[in-house]
Design a protein around this ligand. Structure first.
Ligand code: GUN
Length: 284
């Protein structure tokens, strides 16, 4: 059997169409469209592509957008000034500081400068804390995108065994939290986990987010599973996920491809968070 593929690209396109319609409705009522500022420091080629895609997404749905491309030699003081200026700009509802920052810039300190109400990545400690407490202002884009895909596929998570491979602050930890909120029984695995294949084989849902190309192999999965691949690894010119897709897809029930799986959903959730930021700014 070959697994069904969860088409993240198509789900994200449908979400963008809905957002674009909402923006048109806002404009008809004389409301200023949501605005997103994207900051890129340095010239990392992968980050340049991500930032360009995010800007183009904004344009497609009718958002106001500003792109701030700063040289790698930018000082913390200069970046700080820009963030503060954007915090105060009423046309800007969301601020995205593309990571990683060049060496010498303190990521944590810079992210904490972003006003929590404009932190559409949900990286600010205040927003992370609210998420942890179950009162989120925003949901982190990648885990929220995964949840949206599972919802679209009508996956009932209640009582299911979900295994998250990876414990990053951006994906692994919040992913576990969101799955737990939907009443899944969650296990987080990482580099020190003993007998990972046994644990992943026993899961109903496996989310892999460790950044190692084709890490999850056929011996680590079993029939009927749902496999979510968060990996975005560049192998030569190709984008390759954390799952050995061709072999794993022969065994499991549902799987996300790379590209065209989680990636487009992350971007769609960024738009959704920017809509949410605008709504909160207007209505409180
Ligand atoms: N770098 C890789 N993924 C992301 C993301 O989701 N947000 C930001 N700000 N930087 C990233």
């Amino acid at each position: 059997m070959t697994a069904n593929i969860i088409d993240g690209k198509a789900i994200a396109t449908a979400m963008r169409a809905e957002i674009a319609q909402n923006v048109r409705n806002m404009v008809e009522k004389g409301i200023t469209p949501p605005g997103l500022a994207v900051i890129l420091v340095g010239d990392d080629p992968a980050s340049q592509i991500y930032v360009r895609n995010k800007k183009n997404d904004c344009i497609k749905v009718g958002f106001y957008t500003e792109e701030h491309l700063l040289p790698a030699v930018t000082s913390e003081e200069e970046l700080k000034k820009l963030i503060i200026r954007l915090n105060q700009n009423p046309k800007i509802h969301g601020i995205l500081l593309q990571l990683p920052l060049p060496a010498g810039l303190n990521e944590k300190a810079m992210l904490e400068l972003i006003a929590p109400e404009k932190d559409v990545d949900c990286f600010h400690p205040l927003n992370v804390g609210n998420l942890f407490l179950g009162i989120p202002r925003f949901l982190p884009c990648t885990p929220a995108g995964v949840m949206e895909m599972l919802k679209y596929e009508k996956v009932n998570l209640q009582g299911k065994r979900a295994v998250v491979v990876g414990r990053s602050n951006i994906v692994g930890k919040p992913m576990a939290l969101l799955l737990m909120n939907e009443h899944a029984t969650v296990t987080i695995c990482h580099s020190r986990t003993i007998d990972l294949p046994k644990i992943t084989r026993e899961a109903d849902i496996v989310v892999v987010a460790i950044g190692k190309a084709k890490f999850l192999t056929e011996d680590m999965v079993s029939k009927g599973q749902i496999i979510i691949d968060v990996g975005q690894n560049r192998v030569g010119e190709k984008l390759v996920g954390d799952v050995d897709f061709d072999r794993v897809a022969q065994i499991v029930a549902l799987i996300t491809p790379v590209p065209g799986g989680v990636g487009p959903m992350t971007r769609a959730m960024l738009l959704k968070n920017t809509m949410q930021a605008e709504r909160l700014a207007r209505k409180g």
